[in-house]
Design a protein around this ligand. Structure first.
Ligand SMILES: [Zn+2]
Length: 216
């Protein structure tokens, strides 16, 4: 099973590049956010624990995150998944060590580490512009992807909202947390033979072809 790490700040373009990797290399995308939401929805024991923590406004601990991710990795190993993109994991050095231990145990290793770099100003401009159709939840962008004539192309709705997470002050808080947590993770993986860094401010198609050059 090939493992790719995708690292980047909110607004770095991880969503778009994940979609590219999934399509081109037949990979499966795993983000901790999606995993947590899934566990909560399925009301697993760990999911209920996550729900309690999130509702009390706290961060999910490394230990709990590691256990949940290990469970998901187990499933993918057993199902013969071809390859995985890990997005948002590992986020701390403790998580790095847990992941590396897990991989070593099953004789797996990380193929590539992709770092998408954007300046904080660009990250804020991108992340805080996101709006969502109130009716069908399709996402648009105030600058890069405006709804035509103010109407949703999917359902024709004309009411859009911004997720609380995407408000500028919250994006700035998320960026601060991203830098605090990820700097040691990035420093760790800089030594990895498969590490490469791409300017995420380039147009998405250019970023995709840079990724391709480094993967092939
Ligand atoms: Zn819509």
């Amino acid at each position: 099973m090939d493992i790719y790490l995708l690292i980047g700040a909110p607004g770095a373009g991880k969503g778009v590049q994940s979609a590219h990797l999934i399509e081109k290399y037949d990979l499966t995308h795993l983000s901790t956010g999606d995993i947590f939401r899934h566990e909560i929805k399925e009301e697993t024991e760990l999911g209920l624990e996550v729900k309690r923590i999130v509702q009390s406004g706290q961060l999910v601990s490394d230990d709990l995150t590691n256990r949940i991710v290990a469970g998901v990795l187990d499933q993918h190993r057993q199902n013969g998944t071809k390859g995985l993109i890990l997005d948002g994991y590992p986020r701390t050095l403790t998580q790095v060590h847990a992941l590396e231990d897990y991989l070593a145990k099953y004789d797996l290793s990380i193929s590539k580490v992709i770092l998408l770099n954007v300046s904080d100003e660009e990250a804020v401009r991108r992340a805080s512009g996101r709006i969502i159709c109130s009716n069908c939840k399709k996402s648009y962008h105030r600058v890069f992807n405006q709804p035509n004539d103010g109407k949703c192309g999917e359902c024709g709705g004309s009411d859009f909202f911004q997720r609380p997470d995407d408000k500028e002050e919250n994006v700035r808080d998320r960026l601060t947390l991203y830098h605090q947590q990820n700097t040691p993770v990035i420093d760790f993986y800089r030594q990895h033979a498969g590490f490469f860094e791409i300017n995420g401010e380039l147009p998405a198609s250019v970023v995709s072809s840079e990724i391709d050059k480094n993967i092939l």
